[in-house]
Ligand binder design. Sequence first.
Ligand SMILES: NC(=O)c1ccc[n+]([C@@H]2O[C@H](COP(=O)([O-])OP(=O)(O)OC[C@H]3O[C@@H](n4cnc5c(N)ncnc54)[C@H](OP(=O)(O)O)[C@@H]3O)[C@@H](O)[C@H]2O)c1
Length: 279
Amino acid sequence: MRILLLGRDGQVGRELARSLAPLGEVSALGRAQLDLSDAARVSATVRAASPEVIVNAAAYTAVDRAESEPQLAFAVNASGPAVLAAEAARLGALLVHYSTDYVFDGAKAGAYVEDDAPHPLNVYGSSKLAGERAIVAAACRHLLLRTSWVYGPHGSNFMLTILRAARERPELRVVDDQVGAPTSSAALARATAQVLSAGAEGLYHMSAAGKTSWCGFARAILARAGLHTPVVAIRSEEYRAAARRPRNSLLDNSRLRAACGVALAPWEEGLAEVPFAAP
Ligand SMILES: NC(=O)c1ccc[n+]([C@@H]2O[C@H](COP(=O)([O-])OP(=O)(O)OC[C@H]3O[C@@H](n4cnc5c(N)ncnc54)[C@H](OP(=O)(O)O)[C@@H]3O)[C@@H](O)[C@H]2O)c1
């Protein structure tokens, strides 16, 4: 299987380079080789590679910055995937693409299923939803995976931010009224390879099992690292951020399990296996 992987330097892309390798011949590109906002280059690159599967892990993921850079967020998260989808349709290739819990507003009482109506609260979520819709509209073969609260040993993520802050500050103040499932980049990449091998197509929720708040996640990270910095629980209103975020980010993964028997482990297990330096 010829696989074209985009976003190879991101936290999920790095893990995908590993997990996809057994499935075939992987050509992996980062932003330096291919800027997703450059439609002409995206088309030319996909045509030259002529892949059977395109895995897009590249995205504009700066949730707060997106509020002041909506054009760039939409160029990378919606227009770029639209071009990928058009090229996938032309080639008959499968497009694997990630989306987010932030397409929902968080007002639902339970976990979101794939058929729940999206209603993003921020520019990032709107741009990712526009990307999903562009892919579906292009009618290419697609595997759309919505995930949540991704973290890992590389890049920019909550776990690394908390570890850094805990070493620099006497106490941390962390939001306790937003719940979700922290999903490790390695677990997500492994599950993606499994779903790809199983031949599933369509829209699926793919996140770790269980739930916690950002505050609960921060405490678990510090416990794992052997750090004793106190963590004070605060409300969303007390944390000044440019983008609004959903209170409930839980994604129901039943469709994924039913379609191909893939289920991610509880988030605590994902955290336990992530390598990070001792204090
Ligand atoms: N992170 C989360 O919590 C989360 C939650 C739900 C869904 N997701 C989705 O999961 C997928 C993977 O995210 P991630 O966490 O791995 O994000 P990430 O670590 O930020 O990686 C994204 C990669 O895309 C690259 N990129 C940005 N703009 C680009 C452009 N114009 N052209 C080409 N590449 C570009 C980034 O390069 P630079 O580093 O140079 O900017 C980075 O290497 C994304 O679709 C994201 O929306 C993430």
